[in-house]
Design a protein around this ligand. Structure first.
Ligand SMILES: NC(=O)c1ccc[n+]([C@@H]2O[C@H](COP(=O)([O-])OP(=O)(O)OC[C@H]3O[C@@H](n4cnc5c(N)ncnc54)[C@H](OP(=O)(O)O)[C@@H]3O)[C@@H](O)[C@H]2O)c1
Length: 271
């Protein structure tokens, strides 16, 4: 099948990796549905190959209504996500639920709507954008970590479930990338960031460093190109890293004991 006949759905396209990937794939000749809560931000790029789509992943009926009329989806890039920055004891019920509602249940809702199309056509590629924090824990990011560990688990299970229908399932674990993530999509818990929080020292030590590392992270073009390779190479690895920090920490995590790895991370972040 030539690129021109392949249809790709990318979620979370208003900025960052989603936008870069959707635009890159459209230039490569794919027909791209660029899903976003704010499709007007993408109107300037609209073309035969680039179709902005309004999609609220937290609303099951909206997902069904938006995706049902699209006859054929060959590739799904589950990219949308945000990060809750909170200690465990201070997070609210609503914050905990929303973190999973977007990063995990949202991804599953979109997948549920797309899988029947791929199953009927007996082919497809699902690419879940996880994180290197889907394999590595960090304080203040427990809920985000848990959501991305869940994405890793979903990827592994789905690979078996969809194997017989010729649907490949992959995860990409990016390190830090320079996107809107730190600017707009790190949601902070009020109590954790209050001056009198019992975790104030940890917040002061870690939060500005993480924000700085994201804002000085890798370029999104690297992600766009990796995603394109996953689509085009039938034998691409089920799970891969992208960006400097993931390439540094993921192999270290695999090689060291949990205790030694924790010592390295503590020393690196001065925790
Ligand atoms: N940047 C990093 O350092 C980094 C590292 C590892 C993993 N990641 C992951 O990479 C993916 C893309 O992030 P990015 O870095 O490109 O950041 P970004 O520029 O902030 O883009 C994130 C996108 O996710 C969607 N999103 C955010 N909050 C949402 C919500 N409450 N409901 C529905 N959609 C929501 C937004 O899409 P719309 O506004 O278009 O709806 C937004 O464009 C995320 O899954 C993130 O966890 C990022």
């Amino acid at each position: 099948m030539s690129h021109k006949e392949k249809t790709v759905l990318v979620t979370g396209c208003s900025s960052g990796m989603g936008k870069a990937t959707a635009l890159y794939l459209a230039v490569q000749g794919y027909r791209v549905y660029a899903a976003s809560r704010t499709p007007h931000k993408l109107a300037q790029y609209a073309s035969e190959n680039f179709i902005p789509l309004k999609l609220d992943m937290t609303d099951p009926q909206s997902v069904i209504n938006t995706l049902e009329p699209i006859e054929k989806i060959d590739v799904l890039v589950n990219n949308a996500g945000y990060g809750l920055v909170s200690t465990v004891e201070e997070a609210t019920e609503e914050e905990m639920y929303q973190q999973f509602n977007v990063n995990v249940f949202g991804l599953l809702r979109v997948s549920k709507a797309v899988i029947p199309k791929m199953r009927r056509q007996k082919s497809g590629v699902i690419i879940n954008i996880s994180s290197f924090l889907g394999k590595i824990g960090l304080p203040l990011l427990t809920f985000y970590n848990a959501s991305k560990y869940a994405v890793e688990g979903i990827t592994d299970s789905l690979r078996y479930e969809l194997h017989d229908f010729n649907i490949r399932v992959h995860s990409v674990m990016p390190g830090f990338f320079n996107t809107d993530f730190a600017k707009k999509n790190l949601k902070t818990n009020e109590k954790t960031f209050a001056d009198d929080s019992p975790y104030a020292d940890l917040v002061t030590t870690l939060a500005p460093v993480i924000v700085d590392q994201i804002n000085h992270g890798n370029d999104t073009q690297e992600m766009a190109e990796i995603i394109c390779r996953i689509i085009e190479e039938d034998t691409f690895l089920a799970r891969c890293t992208a960006g400097d920090k993931a390439k540094k920490f993921i192999p270290m995590k695999q090689e060291l004991s949990d205790e030694d790895f924790e010592r390295r991370v503590r020393s690196y972040y001065k925790l």
